[in-house]
Design a protein around this ligand. Structure first.
Ligand SMILES: NC(=O)c1ccc[n+]([C@@H]2O[C@H](COP(=O)([O-])OP(=O)(O)OC[C@H]3O[C@@H](n4cnc5c(N)ncnc54)[C@H](OP(=O)(O)O)[C@@H]3O)[C@@H](O)[C@H]2O)c1
Length: 263
């Protein structure tokens, strides 16, 4: 661990999985830039909770508002992070949205397709590009932490749902983005990981809770429970602490075995 706290930028850190990732990063000695879209109250609360987890007085937790679906906001988010913290060591591309309306793919609208792709895929690709270019410009010093890029994709990167194709396509795209960045960055000591959550209890799934409660009761998930934000936070903590040093470009499923095909 470097003498100064390393810095991680987490998109969508105000609620759900992103908030848990922020808390685990705080507990691991990181300063955190907590990006969010609109919910300032939730973002400030997440930053306060991070304060309670911090390991050193130098750690800082700063909410930064910005719609990552807007390239100008993305640029500002990255610049603001460097300006407020003086550096960035890791990036977690977590923010993601579901389609506003689930429609059969014969009726998917171009508006919904573009909206989901712009937040879930385009923003993650170009934020990663900014981070990598920054690291390639700034030569690593002895005080630097390991450099990690983490993409939060989904079981939907591999499992097809014909009533939300834009979501599945965005997550499958993230999976390839992780492989591409892993190959491009390996020689520079930058490691890249894809984490694939399954069915997780967050605001995103609150509207379909009863449906999944029933599916879980019928054995859909081998481990027979909802995933929690903490399940993902723990995996990110392991990566930030350097426990996967010889792994890059891989997808790690966090889904209680949901992805395993059975006969
Ligand atoms: N929940 C699941 O079952 C599940 C399963 C697999 C994968 N995932 C993935 O895990 C990630 C997190 O999901 P979640 O369930 O924690 O979601 P969530 O509870 O809906 O929280 C979404 C977070 O992303 C932020 N956000 C949304 N749109 C944004 C935008 N345009 N710009 C910046 N921030 C934005 C929100 O900020 P505000 O608070 O300001 O709105 C919030 O912090 C997503 O990529 C999702 O696809 C989730």
């Amino acid at each position: 661990m470097p003498q100064k706290p390393p810095v991680v930028l987490i998109t969508g850190a105000s609620r759900g999985i992103g908030r848990s990732i922020a808390l685990h990063a705080a507990e691991s000695g990181y300063s955190v830039a907590l990006n969010y879209a609109n919910n300032t109250q939730a973002a400030e609360e997440a930053a306060r909770l991070c304060e309670q987890k911090k390991q050193s007085p130098e750690q800082k937790f700063i909410p930064i508002r910005g719609n990552i679906g807007d390239p100008a906001d993305c640029e500002n988010l990255f610049e603001e992070t460097i300006h407020r913290f003086g550096r960035i060591d890791s990036l977690v591309n977590n923010a993601g949205i579901a389609p506003r309306v689930r429609r059969d793919m014969t009726e998917t609208t171009i508006e919904s397709f573009n909206e989901v792709l712009s937040v879930n895929l385009t923003a993650s690709f170009f934020l990663t590009q900014k981070a990598v270019n920054y690291w390639l410009r700034e030569k690593a010093s002895a005080d630097d932490a390991a450099r990690n890029i983490i993409f939060i994709s989904s079981i939907s990167a591999q499992s097809a749902s014909v009533n939300r194709p834009e979501y599945c396509i965005s997550k499958a795209g993230l999976s390839m983005a992780a492989k591409l960045w892993a190959i491009r960055c390996a020689e520079h000591g930058i490691r890249v990981y894809e984490l694939r959550p399954g069915i997780m209890a967050t605001d995103m799934t609150s509207g379909v809770k009863e449906k999944y409660d029933a599916l879980l009761a019928n054995g859909l998930v081998p481990q027979k429970r909802w995933g929690t934000p903490d399940d993902v936070g723990l995996a990110v903590e392991a990566i930030l602490k350097g426990y996967f040093p010889f792994t890059t470009g891989d997808a790690i499923s966090i889904d209680g075995g949901l992805h395993i095909h059975t006969f």
